[in-house]
Design a protein around this ligand. Structure first.
Ligand code: TPP
Ligand code: MG
Length: 671
């Protein structure tokens, strides 16, 4: 259909969707940067979705039973900002729209969770949104099964572009959603055939319809500018018993000189061309001006969900007081009081038994105690369940047959798993954790970074955390991964040394509300190092004195995880030679950095030789080795400076010089 036909056949719809198009043009022109073409091309789909299908209430953006709308093609951020302004979200004022991409405005270049009330997830790194959406839909299925459709009953809609579908992560997401028959998940593909470099066909000839179908999706197709066709496709997609993809054939930058070209992807700021486009639309109004009748129609769209929201509130209020409190608790991320008592009991027993075990096995022990208490947890692993020790007997398995199951077999999809966990956490009401090998942090990394950026408390259970995994060799042995995780802002990295520290680390991770955690856990068995019970969570201090010097202190050995027992052995050897040696266990550098200065000085006073022992690279350690003021004295590092190798782990520790003997030699060399 040409534009004149579209205008003539649905004049009201055309003007309402043109409000989005012109706001996108005006916002991008004011910023002199951004992406005009995608919001222009998808304005018709968005208008039908928001006015006829999406269950939302602009006056209550966070209402737990709303439909979720995810703009996976985050570069088209003006689409979501325009929709929020038009429908009357309180935070999305015209001023904000005019300040698109400016310092202090909530209208960031790409939609950011936490900045804008109606933005469900941060998008922009292509493919993340569609993969988050799988987690949203899983959380909805899980909560609907456990709480009933009266309390949780909604859809997750995604707008994804060619770029989202080309990214590898989309395949992981599509596979996961298909397997789990997430029928409440609907993806609207902005099928405009254009990306930045030119036509999609420059780089891809995938039959997307066949591809989605191959993974168990239902696929519908429509002219993405025909409101009747869009409505029909959405109605069919909602009725389908499978996840649904709607291929919306669209024109990028419709009505502009750049229509159907890659020029249309970016910022369309040429004044004459903008004027011509608006004339084509039949839009005579000045920049940022929306005629009152169009604005008020849109505000009606924003208000129409209020009754559904109020009915939901009434249904919630009909639940028992205890159930209402529990519902509020899981959505506010509070933990039950019982959690700390559970952890403490476990710690006490562990200190008495002093079991020799791998920290991954310790983690399983903690989960066995915690999962029955914290019923909002949803565990999983990317096909390494038996290695990551992430499954406990009480969880059951999530799937089409059992939506109440709390364990997800993510398959070999680390990235998809991490993104799905982000989606679950963002949905609310559940607390996801998932495992893989520490080395494959790399495969999950883009989503781990977004957990941190968004400030959501996903827990990453990363086992086989060093050369200590042995025979699988350097492909599987993380060396730089602790440093990368620690370098990421707003991320807590834990490398516990035994069962007690593992329990403490889990307690901290599970009480976070705005910070993800990475648990680096050993494959190999470790001796218990905390054999005296402490009521206090020592890991919460980040680092603490595990063993004090018996003689005048000359050396401080710092270590994490599997290397703590090496530090203790080196201390015995040094003490035997009359060299007083303190051992500091440092399960979390971030928490130590956050602890007060007095504590840091107490744990790491000046005047002693300092050696850090960790089976990873040195990067990150110098702050503690050289002193926070960089003048504390002599220091050295026992760890890795190359990739590992394939051999039994005892041999590897020897060959790479991560031993008590090497530690003693380095300490003595500095004395
Ligand atoms: C992971 C990732 N890689 C690259 C980019 C840069 N980028 C932004 S949009 C885009 C092209 C997207 O094409 P499409 O989804 O078809 O959007 P359209 O041009 O149709 O608006 C690229 C490469 C990105 N945002 N994220
Ligand atoms: Mg495109």
């Amino acid at each position: 259909m040409d534009i004149q036909t579209l205008r003539d056949s649905h004049p009201d719809h055309w003007m309402r969707s043109s409000a989005i198009r012109t706001l996108a043009l005006d916002g991008v022109a004011a910023a002199n940067s951004g992406h005009s073409g995608m919001p222009m091309g998808m304005a018709d789909v968005a208008t039908v979705l928001f006015s006829k299908h999406l269950k939302f209430d602009a006056s209550a953006p966070r209402w737990p039973d709303r439909d979720r709308f995810i703009l996976s093609a985050g570069h088209g951020s003006m689409l979501i900002y325009a929709l929020m302004y038009l429908t009357g979200y309180a935070d999305m004022t015209l001023e904000q729209v005019k300040n698109f991409r400016q310092w202090g405005a909530i209208t960031a270049g790409h939609p950011e969770f936490g900045h804008v009330a109606g933005v469900e997830t941060t998008t922009g790194p292509l493919g993340q949104g569609i993969a988050n959406a799988v987690g949203f839909a899983m959380a909805e299925e899980s909560l609907r099964a456990r709480w009933g459709a009266k309390v949780q009953d909604h859809f997750t809609y995604v707008i994804a572009g060619d770029g989202c579908l080309m990214e590898g992560i989309s395949q992981e997401a599509i596979g996961l959603a298909g397997k789990h028959q997430l029928s409440r998940l609907i993806v609207l593909w902005d099928n405009n055939g254009i990306t930045i470099d030119g036509k999609v066909s420059l780089s891809d000839i995938t039959d997307q319809v066949a591809r989605f179908k191959a993974s168990g999706w239902d696929v519908f197709e429509c002219d993405g500018h025909d409101p009747v066709a869009i409505d029909q496709a959405l109605t069919a997609a909602k009725a389908s018993p499978h996840p649904a993809m709607i291929a919306c054939k669209t024109h990028i930058a419709i009505g502009h000189a750049a229509q159907d070209t890659s020029k249309g992807h970016g910022a369309l700021t040429d004044a004459a061309q903008m004027k011509a486009a608006k004339e084509t639309y039949g839009w005579p109004y000045p920049a940022f001006e929306i005629p009152a009748e169009i604005k008020s129609w849109w505000e009606g769209v924003g208000a129409k969900g209020a009754s559904a929201r109020q009915e939901w509130e009434t249904r919630l209020a009909a639940l028992s007081t205890a159930k209402q409190a529990e519902f509020a608790r899981i959505f506010s991320l509070d933990v039950p009081n019982k959690l700390s008592a559970t952890i403490r009991a476990l710690k006490k027993q562990a200190a008495e038994d002093a079991p020799k075990m791998a920290t991954r096995a310790a983690s399983e022990k903690v989960l066995q105690a915690v999962n029955p208490v914290l019923t909002e947890t949803i565990g999983g692993s990317a096909d390494l369940t038996g290695s990551n020790n992430t499954k406990t007997a009480d969880l059951g398995v999530f799937g089409p047959e059992d939506r109440k199951g709390r364990y997800v077999y993510y398959g070999i999809r680390e990235h998809g798993m991490a993104a799905a966990m982000n989606g679950m956490a963002l949905h609310g009401g559940v607390r996801p954790y998932g495992g893989t090998f520490m080395c494959f942090t790399d495969y999950a990394r883009p989503s781990m970074r977004l957990s941190a950026l968004m400030g959501i408390p996903v827990v990453y259970v990363m086992t086989h955390d060093s050369i200590g995994l042995g025979e699988d060799g350097p492909t599987h042995q993380p060396v730089e991964h602790l440093a990368i995780s620690r370098a990421t802002p707003n991320t807590l990295v834990f490398r516990p040394a035994d069962l007690v520290e593992t329990a403490e680390a889990w307690e901290i991770a599970l009480t976070q509300k705005t910070t993800p955690s990475v648990l680096a856990l050993s494959r190999q068995n470790l001796a218990a190092v905390r054999k005296t019970h402490t009521y206090q969570n020592m890991t919460a201090k980040g680092a603490y004195i595990l063993a004090e010097a018996k003689q005048k202190r000359q050396v401080i050995l710092m270590a994490t995880g599997s290397e703590v027992e090496i530090a203790l052995k080196a201390r015995d050897m040094l003490e035997a030679e009359g060299i007083g040696t303190r051992v500091v266990s440092m399960p979390s550098m971030e928490l130590f950095a956050q602890s007060d200065e007095a504590w840091r000085k107490k744990v790491l006073p000046g005047g002693s030789v300092r050696i850090a022992i960790e089976a990873g690279v040195r990067m990150g350690w110098d702050r503690w080795l050289l002193g926070e003021r960089g003048r504390d004295g002599k220091a050295d590092f026992v760890g890795m400076s190359s990739f590992g190798a394939s051999a039994p782990y005892e041999r590897l520790y020897k060959e790479f010089g991560i031993t008590a003997e090497a530690t003693v030699a380095k300490a003595k060399a500095l004395l």
